[in-house]
Design a protein around this ligand. Structure first.
Ligand SMILES: C[S@@+](CC[C@H](N)C(=O)[O-])C[C@H]1O[C@@H](n2cnc3c(N)ncnc32)[C@H](O)[C@@H]1O
Length: 224
């Protein structure tokens, strides 16, 4: 495999979806599906870390007129997404561009009406996550929406079974895919520091997974 940054999911691409379904059933898909109504009716959408393309198919099925940039760092994941797209037979109104790489491939002039991060942000330690989220923030138009789905236990501290699952995931993907994080990020703090507020939230898998929509908060009107 070429030595590309963050490409460790290349090694698990052939069984990642199967493993996720084995452990979580359809909860991870349900979480992502719940975000679809929050897509704009038309516009540019960035899907980053979409994996093998299940979510891309769902976007095509919405009937929306979307210009989608689909970025993934793992060659085998992106290849699967491309194949899935090529096999998609139903009519749709989207234009899709695939790009192998990370958020660092985004150009300053590339702006999106929605950014989707499906089970991506949990992979990074705090400083890297801060940089990644700042990059995505810069790529979002002022009224854009950030569609988020990830492991984020509602109950704090999380129940033991959730702690065990989270520990197991970091141990496995840390070893096999080179994931650097060792614990879930403080997502709320990261979004808050970028000035986002929550517009929608729903939990899945007994509160261990959350789907959320964030928008930039309106700055308070200054009183004279
Ligand atoms: C945990 S998997 C989730 C895949 C898919 N979203 C899903 O829920 O089935 C994370 C995905 O993000 C990709 N990835 C990791 N770091 C990335 C980065 N910096 N930029 C783009 N994609 C990245 C991986 O290659 C992988 O496909």
């Amino acid at each position: 495999m070429p030595n590309l940054p963050d490409s460790g999911f290349h090694r698990v691409a052939s069984f990642y979806d199967w493993l996720a379904r084995l452990i979580y059933g359809d909860a991870l898909e349900q979480a992502q599906r719940s975000l679809l109504p929050h897509l704009p009716p038309q516009g540019r959408v960035l899907v980053i870390g979409g994996g093998s393309g299940w979510l891309l198919e769902q976007l095509l099925k919405t009937g929306r007129q979307l210009d989608i940039l689909y970025i993934d760092a793992a060659p085998a994941m992106l290849q699967r997404a491309r194949q899935r797209y090529a096999m998609f037979q139903k009519p749709h109104q989207c234009r899709v561009t695939f790009r192998l790489g990370t958020e660092q491939t985004l150009q300053p002039q590339e702006q999106f009406d929605a950014v989707v991060t499906p089970f991506l942000l949990d992979l990074f330690p705090p400083r890297r996550l801060q940089q990644l989220m700042a990059t995505l923030n810069n790529a979002l138009t002022p009224n854009g929406t950030w569609l988020f789905a990830d492991f984020w236990p509602q109950q704090q501290p999380p129940p033991h079974w959730q702690k065990l699952l989270i520990w197991g995931m970091y141990a496995f993907f840390g070893t096999v895919s080179g994931v650097k994080a060792r614990q879930l990020p403080d997502y709320a703090q990261h979004f808050k520091s970028l000035g986002y507020q929550e517009l929608y939230s729903r939990s899945f898998y007994k509160g261990m997974v959350q789907a959320k929509v964030f928008v930039r908060g309106k700055s308070e009107e200054l009183e004279c």
